[in-house]
Design a protein around this ligand. Structure first.
Ligand code: OSB
Ligand code: MG
Length: 382
């Protein structure tokens, strides 16, 4: 590593609008049209680093949205970045620390700078963060379906494709019977469920009925901001609880583990505010023998590439949600797109995120673009 400053000349914020192949339905809603921002940081040698926002159009998953991401990136984080150069992306945690929350906004800009930093230093993002794997194991997340037949058919398709585990979305009224029939049809697969906060502690006895289906875990059964009731629920059910929505930082993970609110951690780079925080959570889980996997937010290729890079760290010991690009998209903004073979993604060898940008599709999906110059300015943030 060098002590050289990371040179950033300008930043381009592009707003994209893309339609997914199929609607994706969870307990909090259904979506098919995604909007997101792509962050491109460009240095004086015209090298680029790339990041992608993951918030939804509406705040159904978390408080952040596509437009709060833009507001915070453009009007808060970039002015903070402009105040003084940095030598390493890890310094951004401190620089952005006075900004409460808004982790997805932080992660998109931080991720782009990580990518640029790796490219400036002629290495892969995987090397820059200390990843060790050459291939990663992946599973798939299946949204709520219209019928049980359709669901069984989809599970069969993914199993044939080699995915290492299947995650089913559940909600009240759409849970025990569904899991029972999938388990009956596929007695041996790695199976788990995700409730996206659809239950309360009053459902504890009901959720305990899932214990007989030998699930790897139940993800986020209770409120999005809870770690107390999850602790009580975990004491009452055998199925391991995995937290998603409730974990925003290493501090959150430590507290959830201490309270026995979960046994497994779902890490999303956006939800925890970036790669630097993700590394810390990873290190903690590895040192303490806590199972960890990388979640997904229906990302396009740039977000997918960041997920693949973080999953190369040794402590990601369970298959994540990063499926093939073609699972969601007709075309991707990276080339080649992400492919899965026998449930494995091969880590690309190119510098930075390792995938090229497909400028043609990027242009096609872009509905707005703004160029922000990075010369130091005296503009105050007070
Ligand atoms: O809870 O993990 C979740 C998608 C959007 C928001 C939240 C979640 C999900 C998924 C899909 O489960 C994961 C993916 O394939 O990207
Ligand atoms: Mg989840």
């Amino acid at each position: 590593m060098t002590n050289q400053k990371i040179d950033i000349e300008k930043i381009i914020l592009r707003k994209l609008k893309v339609r997914m192949k199929n609607p994706f339905k969870t307990s909090f809603g259904s979506q098919q049209d995604r909007q997101l921002y792509i962050v491109e940081v460009i240095d004086s040698k015209q090298r680029s680093g790339w990041g992608e926002t993951v918030a939804g159009t509406f705040p159904w998953y978390s408080e952040e949205t596509v437009e709060t991401n833009r507001h915070i990136i453009e009007e808060v984080l970039i002015p903070l970045l402009r105040q003084a150069p940095i030598s390493h992306p890890d310094e951004l945690m401190e620089r952005f620390s006075k900004v409460k929350g808004n982790n997805m906004a932080k992660a998109a800009l931080e991720g782009a700078i990580w990518d640029l930093y790796a490219r400036q230093n002629h290495m892969t993002l995987v090397e820059a963060i200390g990843g060790t794997k050459e291939k990663i194991e992946v599973g798939v997340s299946i949204g709520l379906q219209e019928s049980e037949e359709k669901l069984l058919e989809l599970v069969g398709t993914y199993i044939k494709l080699g995915y290492k585990r299947v995650k089913l979305k559940i909600e009240p009224g759409n849970d025990l019977e569904v899991v029972k029939s999938v388990r009956k049809a596929y007695p041996d697969i790695n199976l788990m469920v995700d409730a996206n906060s659809a239950y309360t502690l009053e459902d504890a006895e009901h959720l305990a009925k899932l214990d007989e289906f030998n699930l790897m875990m139940i993800e986020q059964p209770l409120a999005h901001n809870d770690i107390i009731d999850h602790s009580e629920l975990q004491a009452r059910i055998k199925t391991p609880i995995c937290l998603d929505e409730s974990l925003h930082s290493l501090e959150d993970v430590k507290k959830a583990i201490k309270l026995k609110s979960c046994k497994i951690v779902n890490l999303k780079i956006g939800r925890v505010g970036g790669i630097s925080e993700s590394k810390k959570i990873h290190d903690y889980c590895l040192e303490n023998g806590i199972s960890l996997w990388c979640g997904g937010m229906l990302e396009l290729g740039i977000g997918r590439a960041h997920n693949i890079a973080i999953t190369s760290l040794a402590g990601f010991d369970l298959p994540g949600d990063t499926s093939a690009s073609s699972n969601y998209w007709d075309e991707d903004i990276i080339s080649p797109e992400v492919t899965v073979e026998n449930g494995l993604i091969s880590i690309p060898s190119g510098h930075g995120i390792g995938y090229d940008i497909n400028h043609e599709t990027l242009r096609k999906f872009t509905i707005d673009e703004k160029i922000i110059e990075m010369q130091p300015s005296n503009a105050s943030l007070s």
